[in-house]
Design a protein around this ligand. Structure first.
Ligand SMILES: *Cc1c(COP(=O)(O)O)cnc(C)c1O
Length: 402
């Protein structure tokens, strides 16, 4: 064969994705770790607490049964879908048809990213909050859709101002993404806001895709509502749920969509062409988690709430202006004046060996903020507070080398 250089360019749809803003931080992180530095990592939003043992037991029992070794049904095992319906009824007093209004997903990200393929034609508009979880935007691009940005501003409680969307945009818009409790801002939405959104969707013939990945992570007794509690919501909304954050199961890949029957069917059709369902033993473990996970979930919330209080009180005591989140395991904090999100994150990493996520990584409207994730033990939070305190007293102090 003649030797020639072959190169494979990525498709245009990959080229339009925003650049990976964390690449530089990741590089610096690896460099510091290689030098033996002791990093305190508030970066990743991934529970550090293990999956509860009774869920692991259900997985291993399921894994030993050869009936679970074959392809799963695309639409999910009826027993799993029924457990989702029972959980939904108990938690939100919403009745779902387990055969038609529920679709198990290989993690909710999978369904979120595939949804635009099911409902958008090229040129259709997606209304996307900014800052946001990245798959809303990338899923839209993959389907040939056009994102229209809805700024989430602190002055509006990090809720989108639906009245600001121009009519010509609304005429082309097919879907409105919402995510409450919100990543990265930790904002919550009231039922009144969900009601407004549902009315808006009816009026403008839109689908609402509400991402409820954090609906079970609430503090001080706060329990987030489901958008499906709003009368008329099922006609215009689909809600994404996840077992990942609730039961420390991020690596397992299990979640579900609930709501509008037609959209569930369209999404199921996309999925039947790209995947072959969730390993059945994982579905059985998911059923166990939903049926019997209440006390494990409560224990988790206690852990996050203690970490939240430790961190927020510690920062407040040093004069920082921070609000305790009511939900999610994130703290969304304004960057002190004089630096950008990126500069601030780089300085914290280099000077204090503390990893934070710069807000602009979630979109342009995240500029001016940084995110801290509560997915690390209290000792590590204490250690970070010590370093910040020391830097306050000696502004040019560097982290101790370890
Ligand atoms: C973590 C997360 C998800 C989804 O997680 P899965 O593990 O894919 O179920 C969805 N949305 C947001 C905003 C998240 O932070």
């Amino acid at each position: 064969m003649p030797k020639k250089t072959i190169s494979f360019e990525p498709a245009d749809r990959l080229k339009v994705l925003p650049p990976y803003l964390f690449a530089e931080i990741d590089r610096r992180k690896r460099e510091l770790i290689a030098k033996g530095k002791d990093l305190v990592d508030f970066g990743v939003g991934d529970p550090d607490i293990p999956t509860p043992a009774f869920i692991i037991d259900a997985l291993s029992e399921g894994a030993r049964d050869p009936r679970n070794h074959r392809y799963a049904l695309d639409a999910g095992m009826p027993v799993f879908r029924e457990s989702i319906a029972r959980w939904f009824k108990k938690r939100f007093q919403v009745t779902l048809d387990s055969g038609k209004e529920i679709l198990p997903l290989i993690g909710s990200k999978e369904g979120i990213a595939h949804l635009p393929l099911a409902i958008l034609n090229p040129g259709d508009v997606s209304l996307i909050p900014d800052p946001c979880y990245p798959p809303y935007r990338s899923g839209t691009y993959f389907a040939g859709g056009v994102p229209y940005i809805l700024p989430l501003l602190e002055s509006n409680g990090f809720l989108p101002d639906l009245s600001q969307i121009p009519n010509d945009v609304l005429a082309k818009a097919k879907v409105l993404y919402l995510n409450y409790p919100n990543n990265p801002t930790s904002a919550i939405a009231s039922k009144a806001f969900f009601q407004e959104a549902v009315e808006f969707a009816h009026k403008h013939h839109l689908l609402i895709a509400q991402d409820a990945a954090y609906c079970e992570i609430g503090f001080d007794g706060y329990e987030a509502p489901s958008i499906l509690e709003i009368p008329g919501a099922k006609e215009v909304a689909i809600e994404f749920h996840s077992l990942s954050k609730t039961f420390n199961m991020t690596g397992w890949r299990v979640g579900f969509a609930a709501g509008n029957e037609e959209v569930i069917r369209h999404l199921a059709k996309v999925k039947s062409n790209v995947d072959s369902g969730i390993f059945q033993a994982i579905q059985l473990a998911g059923k166990k988690a939903l049926d019997e996970g209440a006390s494990a979930h409560r224990a988790n919330l206690g852990i996050y709430q203690r970490r939240r209080d430790l961190l927020i009180d510690g920062l407040k005591n040093m004069g920082w202006e921070v609000n305790a989140p009511k939900a999610t395991f994130y703290c969304w904090i304004p960057v002190p004046p004089g630096s950008t999100s990126g500069e601030f994150a780089a300085k914290f990493l280099t000077d204090l060996n503390i990893v934070v996520t710069p807000g602009n990584g979630f979109g342009a409207y995240g500029e001016g903020y940084f995110r801290l994730s509560l997915t690390l033990p209290e000792e590590r939070i204490q250690e970070a507070l010590k370093r910040i305190q020391k830097a306050h007293r000696h502004p040019h102090a560097k982290a101790d080398s370890k």
